[in-house]
Design a protein around this ligand. Sequence first.
Ligand SMILES: NC(=O)c1ccc[n+]([C@@H]2O[C@H](COP(=O)([O-])OP(=O)(O)OC[C@H]3O[C@@H](n4cnc5c(N)ncnc54)[C@H](OP(=O)(O)O)[C@@H]3O)[C@@H](O)[C@H]2O)c1
Length: 246
Amino acid sequence: MYANRTFLVTGASSGIGHAVTTALLSRSAKVIGVSRREPELTPTEMHDFDSENFQFLGCDLSDFESLSNSLEPEIRRLRKEKSHPLDGVVLCHGYGDFGAVEQFSNERISLLIDTNLTSHIMICRLVLPVLKTVGAGDLIFIGSESSLKGGKKGAVYCATKFGLRGFAQSLRQECATSNVKVSIVNPGMVDTGFFDDLDFAPGESQDNQLHAETVAKAVMAIFDMPSGSVVDEINLSPIKTVIRNK
Ligand SMILES: NC(=O)c1ccc[n+]([C@@H]2O[C@H](COP(=O)([O-])OP(=O)(O)OC[C@H]3O[C@@H](n4cnc5c(N)ncnc54)[C@H](OP(=O)(O)O)[C@@H]3O)[C@@H](O)[C@H]2O)c1
């Protein structure tokens, strides 16, 4: 079902994007994985990532010139090689930055918005014509529980995630006539590198945190929906929300 299908996954080096890439490769799909760093691999993952099914595209997506220079030629190449160039796009890249807005410099605000929101819009500008021409395919955003509810110290991050949700909902309507399905997955706290540079993290108990693989399962469930139906949104949380201060 996945063999010979091609997917673009951002944030492929770690966390949710890495787990989505692993799930797709294990089903024999082809994946173009985008991130600044190459994915770090466990011995069991090496076989799939070292195969010709995985292609790494190194790019800082907050640098819009680099984004265009990396993705545009790749999309042109896919269009030349295949009549059905792209089957799905999963946008998983992003990071968290929290604090009172007056503590943020203008540069810090811009970088967060550029990375978590504007780059997503720019990638869609490039990939949607391909999906719409084919008249099929999935476009999946990784939002957040912060796409649904504002929170203390989260003003700028929530602004990016609320924006992403509004963008996804609008594209969902716009793309229906082209049979392109647009979905957003909004996870609560996931045990990933997201928290490495933050002063908080999910509680240590297993029911305080999602795993990246669980979010990837939700993404795969979206891909597996029958044609003619679309999952608009999935909200996914650990059963008990506990925040641990580091
Ligand atoms: N973890 C959570 O609790 C949680 C909850 C809700 C939503 N989310 C969202 O889920 C998404 C993935 O986060 P994660 O939890 O998987 O964290 P993660 O393990 O830190 O992964 C983030 C990914 O984004 C990539 N990335 C970040 N900045 C980039 C840039 N400028 N250019 C290209 N790639 C960039 C990173 O790759 P490089 O560093 O190699 O570039 C990495 O692959 C984010 O959008 C985050 O907001 C996370």
